[in-house]
Design a protein around this ligand. Structure first.
Ligand code: DP6
Length: 353
């Protein structure tokens, strides 16, 4: 597995106002069952369509944000390595918090994932959800989850959904400033505890990131209009299936949305091909399992990993079947999990031992 390690830090001095200016948060990736693809405002990460997701329990991002009362550049250490590229994206998101708190201190951010980063496992979703929660707590801002969702969205669209656990819906919103484009919980993780088996088929970072892929798709794919027009009906179908806990209905609409998103992206110029051979083999294997009566369906995001969603009692058999597919490197078994939460800094230190 991959380590969730935060570098050791000297204890943060408590400032005269009694607030330590440091906090640690944990968040999980989420997987969209009705996909987000396309932006109506790229700077604000406003989507052209709503989306519906499940938050996972086992894969985890842990992030410490520490504000230092001096000016200068933010420092970002991601999985133990300083990252200039991430520092800009993270800094832009932290600017929103600094503005809300009325300070201009620089931040030291250390974040670790216990799963492959940037390979279609939504590490930016869990990353920005943990970042805004830790950052706002470090500044003593007591923000409601709805506000955190809007802020996380500014870092990465899908991060809006990782603020919440279980089944989550993110509205595209209407307002130009994006204040109504936020996620809300639909059904708790414990209320329909589905299983998820993630088949990792590559640990390489993807070649074309989601933002670039969405931009290219909107400019060049002949299916963009049909995609946008069909989304509300797909969301209504998925919402109904979730609230009725109707697995077959959720399976049908989820595979449809996944394949439709990929068809849309495949038709861009040049076409966006996020799958590898093992991804395709996994889809065939999961379809065969479903035909044989196993309650399972697949979904795939902007990367080659295949996520199999199933009823909990089928998870071990689904994971075993995926492990047999040639090209599958590892299968991660998860359930549905909670939204982003603050954890004790001591607990983060425990993870380092
Ligand atoms: C295919 O949220 O990573 O996973 O907003 O540019 O950061 P940005 O994109 P991101 O895109 C996720 C796209 C997807 C589908 C989904 O999660 O809904």
């Amino acid at each position: 597995m991959y380590a969730t390690r935060l570098p050791n830090r000297p204890p943060t001095p408590v400032n005269p106002d009694g607030h330590p200016h440091s906090a640690v948060a944990e968040a999980h990736p989420n997987i969209a069952l009705v996909k987000y693809w396309g932006k109506r405002d790229a700077a604000l990460n406003l989507p052209v369509v709503g989306s519906l997701s499940i938050t996972l329990d086992r894969l985890r991002t842990r992030t410490r944000v520490r504000f230092v009362p001096e000016s200068g550049a933010d420092q970002v250490v991601l999985n133990g390595r300083a990252s200039e590229a991430e520092a800009r994206r993270v800094g832009a998101c932290l600017d929103l918090l600094r503005e809300a708190a009325g300070i201009d201190w620089r931040a030291e951010v250390a974040s670790g994932n216990d799963f492959p980063t940037a390979a279609g496992l939504a590490s930016s979703a869990s990353g920005f959800a943990a970042l805004v929660l830790a950052g706002s707590a470090a500044l003593g801002l007591d923000l409601p989850p709805s506000r955190l969702s809007v802020l996380a969205r500014r870092g990465s669209g899908s991060a809006a959904r990782s603020i919440f656990g279980g089944f989550v819906e993110w509205a595209h919103g209407e307002r130009a400033d994006g204040s109504d484009s936020l996620a809300r919980p639909l059904l708790g993780a414990a209320e329909w505890p589905l299983g998820v088996a993630v088949a990792v088929t590559s640990t390489a970072a993807k070649e074309i990131g989601s933002s670039e892929g969405m931009g290219r798709t909107a400019m060049t794919s002949p299916y963009q209009r049909a995609w946008v027009e069909g989304q509300e009906a797909n969301l209504a179908e998925a919402r109904r299936a979730v609230l009725a806990r109707d697995f077959e209905a959720l399976a049908d609409i989820s595979e449809h949305s996944c394949l439709k998103m990929h068809a849309l992206a495949l038709a861009a110029r040049p076409g966006l091909l996020y799958w590898n051979g093992a991804s395709v083999e996994c889809m065939h294997r999961l379809r065969a399992l479903r035909r044989s009566g196993v309650p399972v369906f697949f979904t795939i995001d902007a990367g080659p990993q295949v996520k199999a969603v199933c009823l909990p009692e089928a998870r071990a058999a689904v994971a075993a079947a995926l492990r047999e597919v040639r090209g599958v490197l590892e299968v991660l078994e998860c359930g549905l999990g909670e939204g982003a939460r603050l954890i004790e800094d001591g607990a983060a230190a425990d993870a380092e031992r």
